[in-house]
Write a protein that binds this ligand. Structure first.
Ligand code: ATP
Ligand code: MG
Length: 410
């Protein structure tokens, strides 16, 4: 039996961060990691030293190790996650003693377990602690030789190996790992301000929300429903399930559910030809009010330029005109397939393709591709002279759900 995993080593990507920014980044990341793990029922020590974050894995971790790795792979700001066997450096006051023996035994055991006929391997040694006398390349060669000698592996490939064996030597000791995985990357949620995402039941807007969380934003959601919202059924709503899944990444998020009925009634009997754009402007106004309450600094939507008739540049400009808040559209330059790939990766795709009656679909079969702000403003003045009241009536029927780390919170 190989030595059990006793630490998870976490590394960040944005190494360009310096000074105070970096300290804030690390503090928030540490808090988010602890929080995310605790919500998954895992209460292990998370430590941050020497620009590294590591988690002590208890000997009785069992299946919780896999759960912890899955949770960590949803925490923004983490570039890589490696379950490791850690050998603590002996501190004698002298340049510390380095014993390659147990490391060699471990790598040989790992190699024996993982041997695949015809596959190649490489041993990578990274020696951050230069007080250790052995040179990294020499050490890597010795370890590689031991694997060749004692296991069935017979092919070394240093540039593109099928399997890597890693040894990272730091001040505090040596980390050995074979299964490093990629994290979300980006920046920790809570380091970049709050945004409010206009969330539909579709594929795109959940991906837009995720991308903002990935860049460090706290993200809330607002959704307009075709029918009146009922508190008792709200949590089963498809959009609520999408929001819940997104909260695996966004951590703490609110979902505001609002009826579109007041707007729809106002529009009744008018043949504008601009229903969809007018509704977008209405959503922006309501969202701006909610953003004001929660301190959100920008609105986010899932628009991708030209993807559908309503997403022409003119229509996007017309929508932005309705609010003083900036409108962030992180998918603007992405192709549908790229968006779909991301949606699959974050687990919203399967929810988004379920049948759902979105109010935009009820509005107009053929939205105009051209619109201009002056015309829309004039229409609104005529059709909805009581715009503020419509916004108020809509807000009055709001239902708010709270999510945290993939769960609904009461
Ligand atoms: P999605 O896949 O996100 O639904 P889409 O390509 O279907 O996007 P539209 O339906 O035209 O595009 O919507 C454009 C954007 O408007 C959405 O990405 C979303 O941000 C916002 N939006 C649309 N419908 C709603 C809604 N009912 N409630 C809140 N926001 C919405
Ligand atoms: Mg849609």
């Amino acid at each position: 039996m190989t030595t059990a995993i006793n630490r998870i080593l976490i590394q960040y990507g944005e190494l360009t961060l310096k000074g105070r920014n970096r300290r804030d980044f690390e503090r928030v990341l540490g808090d988010n990691i602890r929080h995310r793990l605790r919500r998954a029922g895992i209460d292990w020590g998370v430590e941050q030293r020497h620009q590294r974050t590591y988690i002590n894995v208890p000997a009785d971790a069992g299946e919780r190790l896999a759960a912890a790795l899955d949770a960590l792979s949803q925490v923004a700001g983490i570039a890589t996650i490696a379950p490791t066997v850690f050998f603590e450096a002996e501190r004698t006051g002298q340049p510390h003693r380095f014993d390659p023996e147990p490391i060699e035994r471990l790598l040989v055991a790992w190699a024996a377990e993982r041997h695949t006929p015809g596959a190649s391997f490489a041993v990578r040694v990274n020696r951050a602690d230069k007080r250790i006398p052995a040179r990294s390349d020499q050490l890597a060669r010795n370890l590689g030789a031991a694997i060749l000698r004692e296991t069935a592996w017979d092919k070394v490939n240093l540039s593109r190996p099928d399997q890597q064996f890693n040894v990272d030597i730091y001040e505090e000791g040596t980390y050995c790992h074979v299964d490093k995985r990629r994290g979300v990357g980006g920046l920790p949620v809570g380091t970049a301000g709050r945004v409010l995402t206009l969330l539909s039941g579709g594929i795109d807007s959940p991906v837009a929300a995720y991308l903002l969380a990935k860049r460090g934003c706290e993200v809330d959601f607002v959704h307009f429903t075709a029918t009146r919202v009922q508190q008792t059924r709200a949590a089963e709503d498809l959009v609520a399930r999408i929001a819940r899944q997104l909260s695996c990444y966004t951590l703490r998020s609110r979902l505001h559910l609002l009826p579109y009925t007041h707007f729809d009634l106002a529009l009744m009997g008018h043949n504008t030809g601009f229903d969809v754009v007018l509704f977008r402007r209405f959503m922006a106004r309501v969202a701006e009010r909610i953003a004001g309450e929660s301190g959100a600094l920008a609105l986010v939507s899932g628009d991708s330029l030209g993807q559908v008739a309503s997403q022409t540049l003119e229509n996007l400009v017309s929508t932005s005109d309705a609010t003083a808040l900036p409108f962030l559209r992180p998918l603007i330059g992405m192709d549908k397939q790229e968006i779909v790939d991301l949606a699959r990766r974050i687990g919203t795709y399967e929810l988004s393709i379920q049948p759902y009656k979105d109010c935009c679909a009820l509005l107009s079969e053929n939205p105009r591709t051209r619109s201009d702000v002056a015309t829309l403003r004039a229409m609104e003045a005529e059709i909805m002279p009581n715009m503020d009241a419509l916004v108020e009536q809509t807000l009055a029927e709001r239902i708010c759900l709270h999510f945290d780390s993939g769960e609904l919170i009461d």
